[in-house]
Design a protein around this ligand. Sequence first.
Ligand code: CA
Length: 250
Amino acid sequence: MVNPSADRTVAQPVERRKVLVIEDERDIRELVRVHLGAEGFQVLEAADGELGLALVKRERPAAVVLDLMLPGLGGLEVCRRIRSSEATSRVPVVILTARSAEADKVVGLEIGADDYVTKPFSPRELTARVKAVMRRAYGQQPDAPQETYQRGKLRIDFDTYEVYVSGERVELSLREFELLRFFVQHPNRVYERGQLLELVWGPDTFVEPRTIDVHIRRLRRRIEHDDSAPELIVTVRGVGYMFDERRLGP
Ligand code: CA
């Protein structure tokens, strides 16, 4: 067995097809949704900065389109907070700014926005910019969707939230499903309980690390051949848990 502690870097899991648009003008959100939607992205919408920040943390979008002129918490402050939270600091941000607001543009880039588009913008240009920042952040296939996972006896449909083990449908709670999704997307590396909490439950959740153990136990009951001797979700003593994808075979 490969030394499981060799690679314990936590990659930021993002939903590759999700893009969040934070913009108070509904028409513009709609425009973004229609055009990015046509490219296969799921577009989440927030009409103000507070909600936007909450969605960045909870939904883990692969990119954020951020208007600067927002009521309440302004776009620059939203951008600053996205960058300053460890959980969201690496999500690409494309800011929308009025053509006249040259200073905002400069400040936006200084505080970590990846690109900007000036209003009024061409949706095609915005789409191209969003895809470009995602390519820079994640590599060559920003919009290659992973709709199903199939390996050995395990099949997961990410669109319908269905899980099959040896062809039999198993029922999982939403949280169990999310935990399983996280594991199959980050196989063969060990995560501490605290990391799993942060990455699956979200950074602002206040639950005890013991909660993880409860969910792991339930998940094992559903997907392991013998949950008293788990092979897929293994306990790495003194460290945490690892999804051992190799046990599913090639
Ligand atoms: Ca606005």
